[in-house]
Design a protein around this ligand. Structure first.
Ligand code: AMP
Ligand code: ZN
Length: 113
């Protein structure tokens, strides 16, 4: 298995897992860009946001609803947080298993870099 996030889902690679259910696994980013920086990944390998279509759109919903749960758990629900999905080179994607970034604990800038 080449994909690092599939390996985390399969518990073949260590990660600081903060939440999991039948659909998703959430773990702390190894290089956090905010006081709270968690990645939420589907258990199924989906390469990136471009691979969402009508057949698997429910999985995108699971990522977002898990983010709300994790935000409450991490104490950033009230202060707010940012969700990011990067696609491809210009999107800044570096791991090709779709992952929803949950960033919080500080004020985010806009526009993003
Ligand atoms: P992206 O640039 O959107 O593809 O984001 C990939 C993210 O995955 C980056 O923020 C990395 O710091 C993070 N990352 C890469 N490998 C790991 C890992 N083994 N455990 C946790 N986070 C990771
Ligand atoms: Zn994968």
């Amino acid at each position: 298995m080449n994909c690092p996030f599939c390996r985390i889902v399969a518990r073949q690679r260590p990660a600081d897992i903060v939440y999991e259910d039948d659909h998703v696994v959430a773990f702390r980013d190894i290089n956090p860009q905010a006081p709270v920086h968690i990645l939420i990944v589907p258990r199924d390998h989906i390469t990136g946001p471009l691979d969402f279509d009508d057949s698997n759109a429910r999985i995108a919903g699971h990522l977002v609803s898990a983010a709300a749960r994790v935000a409450r758990q991490e104490g950033i629900a009230e202060s707010g947080y940012r969700l990011v999905l990067n696609q491809g080179r210009n999107g800044g994607q570096s791991v090709f298993h779709v992952h929803l970034h949950v960033l919080g604990g500080r004020r985010m800038q806009w526009p993003p870099g």
